[in-house]
Design a protein around this ligand. Structure first.
Ligand SMILES: Nc1ncnc2c1ncn2[C@@H]1O[C@H](COP(=O)(O)OP(=O)(O)O)[C@@H](O)[C@H]1O
Ligand SMILES: [Mg+2]
Length: 550
């Protein structure tokens, strides 16, 4: 309290105005100047405080605070100058100056110490350049950023498109999958419902893995009875002993497909004639995954074919019998010849033996002639019997030259009767054929009879029948019957092989049609050609047996 009193008491000093002799103009000059300085000094710290508050980033802002305090104190000293004009509180003004000094001295010292740092601050030019540089960098950055954004947008758009494409592809694939599933399902249902064919699947070792309605109908097993069983149970015991089931799978796996026809066995043991196709199934790596097997029951068809075959054979037989009937008289004559020889020779023997000293050599010769003539007659009769006998055709290996030779004696009576001379050109060592002897004899007989008949009206030239056998293209052979008869009428050539076509008043029109069907069932061909000269040639070709592999 004392110090405060001390500060504010005049302590006997005179106010400063006295020094100015209270001259109003001088007093006014000081008051105005000091007041303005003080006002200015007081305003500066406010501005600085405002600056510091706004620019907290400015370095050394504590220095601005110190300046503020120092200038505030300076302002106070000038305010004290005005005050001491009228109040002699020089202690107070002295302390105010002391405070000012205390604020100014460290400020001055600190300012010196601050100088290097202040100098190190970038100049506004450098700042501008740096700012410009930064701006450029920023611009570049911005451009890069924009570019990046553009690229990101593009890439995103691309990704969106790709994604859409993918979605479309997936959808399409799903549709395709679905369609495939549907079509597989439809196909499965179709296969399952097929009744006329047994359709089944086998694993690679031949065990049944699937079974359809047709299989059940044809073979008699239900699916649950047969699935898992080996498919050899469909084969006959003989075929199983011959390893046919294994061989069929082997062939299918090697060749891809194996077709076979033969007797198969139903569940109840009955047999049916089957046509079966086995196909190997392989995966994408070509690994065998099993077999499909399609079997068709051809029993009915086979029976029908057999019935047709029987009818054909019966017709052929009938035609043979008829032909034999037609030539019976001349054949009888033919057989009569050796019988006449037998009788003549027997009479000769009797005569020789009736003599006192018979020449045994002559007797032997006559007996040999009897035996030879008897054999000849027997052979003709047995051939006639074979031709008239009702037998189902049976194929054996034959030499076609023999067949021709066998037919000749049967026709020799007819040839003689119609004064037809016969020539034979038989190819030596012909390859064999697989055929029915009687049927092939029938064909040659028919052709020869037709040739003889075609020549009966010929009066102005020799009646010649030529029989020729030949080898054709190494694996086939031909038989030609050539005549010098009336020849083929151009209008009839296409019809002469039709059944019941005949130009003869007593003809049946069956010979050529039966002959053609016989040759065709032997795998051959029969046709007619006009000769260069008069007459016609009927010719057939047969495959040689065994067929050459060439
Ligand atoms: N060698 C031939 N020369 C001329 N025509 C023939 C000859 N062979 C057959 N033909 C003709 O073919 C027809 C049919 O012969 P074919 O079927 O044997 O019956 P058919 O002898 O009973 O008439 C004969 O009627 C005849 O017109
Ligand atoms: Mg005829």
């Amino acid at each position: 309290m004392n110090f405060v009193n001390h500060l504010f008491s005049p302590s006997g000093f005179m106010p400063h105005g006295y020094c100015y002799l209270w001259r109003p103009d001088l007093i006014s000059l000081h008051v105005v100047s000091d007041s303005l300085i003080a006002l200015a000094y007081f305003s500066i710290p406010v501005t600085l405080a405002y600056f510091i508050r706004k620019r907290k980033d400015v370095p050394f802002n504590w220095m601005f605070a110190l300046f503020g305090v120092f200038i505030l104190a300076c302002g106070a000293t000038h305010l004290m100058e005005v005050w001491t004009l009228w109040h002699a509180t020089y202690w107070l003004s002295g302390y105010v100056k002391l405070v000012t000094a205390l604020a100014s001295v460290p400020t001055a010292i600190l300012l010196v110490g601050l100088m290097p740092h202040a100098l190190a601050l970038p100049s506004p030019e450098a700042m501008r350049m740096e700012i410009a540089e930064r701006k450029r960098a920023q611009d570049a950055l911005l451009t890069a950023k924009n570019e990046l954004e553009l690229r990101v947008r593009e890439r995103t758009a691309q990704l969106v498109r790709t994604n859409e494409d993918l979605v479309a592809v997936v959808a399409q694939r799903e549709r395709a999958d679905q369609e495939l599933r549907l079509s597989e399902e439809r196909f499965r249902l179709l296969v399952e419902r097929v009744e006329d064919y047994a359709i089944l699947m086998l694993d690679p070792s031949g065990h049944v893995t699937s079974w359809n309605v047709g299989a059940e109908r044809i073979k008699g097993y239900r699916a649950d009875e047969i699935i898992g069983k080996h498919y050899s149970c469909f084969y006959t015991e003989e075929d199983v002993n011959l390893h046919k089931p294994e061989m069929a799978l082997q062939a299918a796996s090697v060749l891809g497909r194996f077709a076979d026809e033969g007797w198969r066995v139903r569940k109840d043991g009955s047999r049916f004639w089957a046509n079966a196709v086995i196909t190997a199934m392989r995966d994408s790596e070509d690994q065998l995954i099993g077999f499909s097997k399609i079997t068709h029951d051809l029993t009915e068809r086979k029976r029908a074919a057999e019935a047709l075959e029987t009818t054909r054979a019966e017709m052929a037989h009938m035609a043979r019998v008829m032909t034999m009937g037609e030539i019976a008289a001349s054949i009888a004559h033919e057989v009569n010849q050796p019988l006449t020889a037998v009788v003549a020779n027997a009479n000769a023997c009797s005569r020789l033996l009736a003599g006192n000293s018979p020449d045994l050599d002559d007797v032997r010769e006559a007996v040999a002639d009897i035996a030879e003539a008897g054999t000849r007659a027997g052979a003709i009769i047995s051939r006639i019997r074979a031709l008239v006998k009702k037998d189902m055709p049976e194929k054996t290996k034959l030499d076609i030259n023999d067949v021709v030779q066998e037919v000749l004696p049967l026709t020799s009576g007819e040839l003689a009767k119609h004064r037809v001379s016969v020539q034979t050109e038989l190819f030596p060592s012909l390859p064999q054929v697989l055929g029915d002897r009687v049927q092939l004899q029938q064909v040659i007989l028919n052709l020869m009879m037709n040739a003889i008949e075609a020549m009966t009206s010929i009066m102005d030239r020799p009646r010649v029948l030529l029989l020729r056998t030949q080898v054709q293209e190494s694996d086939r052979l031909s038989v030609a019957v050539q005549d010098s008869g009336a020849g083929l009428e151009p209008g009839n050539t296409a019809r002469i092989f039709d059944t019941f076509f005949t130009t003869k008043s007593n003809g049946m029109g069956m010979g050529l049609s039966i002959s053609r069907s016989i040759i065709e069932t032997h795998g051959g061909r029969l046709w007619a050609e006009p000769n260069d000269g008069p007459g016609a040639t009927f010719q057939f070709i047969l495959p040689a047996y065994p067929r050459s592999t060439a």
